[in-house]
Design a protein around this ligand. Structure first.
Ligand code: GAR
Length: 217
């Protein structure tokens, strides 16, 4: 039987995209990365995806008059590619309610903070300025409101003495690369499902690095 087809949407360097592509290369991964789409034609991630033999498309949002027309073009591309699931991986563009409702339960996002804290941008700077001791990342189903959808998986990291946004962000990013493929696996297996405003999770079988704060020091 053919595997569900996943599109990864990016806007930039694509390190999370690469973690998904690499994980999906395993024969037992329950999905195939069928294409990568960027709203920025210059995104470095497009070249990385091409080098990994993944079909790519650039749909430049600047070529569209408004959000609905961009989202319609995106939706048409997803239909052409016969996509079953969408992963937003550093896709820095708000999507319309119509688009998020159409893809409800079939679209997930990674956010570089422990939601519901630090929605939006500059999460590492804000975590440092708030003085939190634990920070991290979240994979969640996408809903109409930005960074609010039901949570599938989170990873926590310590904030260390002397951290800068760069050092803290790198510690978080390493965990993003762990939990995004793990969460996609659960969703494509049908073991994590959107049920109203919660995630229905079957027996949590994976050894969850997601739940372990890495050792300090
Ligand atoms: C990642 O840290 C991702 O969590 C974040 O952008 C970065 C993209 O890096 N996403 C958001 O802030 C979305 N709100 P990448 O292109 O190397 O994956």
């Amino acid at each position: 039987m053919s595997k569900p087809r996943v599109a990864v949407l990016i806007s930039g360097r694509g390190s999370n995209m690469m973690s998904l592509i690499e994980a999906a290369a395993a024969p037992d991964f329950p999905a195939e990365i069928a294409c990568v789409i960027s709203n920025r034609p210059e995104a470095h991630g497009l070249a990385r995806a091409q080098a990994a033999n993944i079909p790519v498309r650039a749909i430049d949002h600047k070529a569209f008059a408004d959000r609905p027309s961009f989202d319609a073009a995106l939706d048409a591309a997803l239909a052409e590619e016969q996509i079953d699931f969408v992963c937003l991986a550093g896709f820095m563009r708000l999507l319309t309610r119509a688009f998020t409702e159409k893809w409800a339960g079939r679209m997930i996002n990674i956010h570089p903070a422990l939601l519901p804290s630090f929605k939006g941008l500059h999460t590492h700077e804000r975590a440092l300025s708030e003085g939190v001791l634990i920070h991290g990342c979240t994979v969640h189903f996408v809903t109409a409101e930005m960074d609010v959808g039901p949570i599938i998986m989170q990873a926590a990291v310590p904030v260390l003495e002397g951290d800068t946004p760069g050092t803290l962000g790198a510690r978080v990013l390493a965990q993003e690369h762990v939990i995004y493929p793990a969460a996609l696996r659960l969703v494509c297996d049908g073991r994590a499902r959107l049920e109203g405003n919660r995630v229905g999770l079957d027996a949590f079988e994976i050894a969850p690095p997601a739940l372990v704060v890495p050792p300090v020091g």
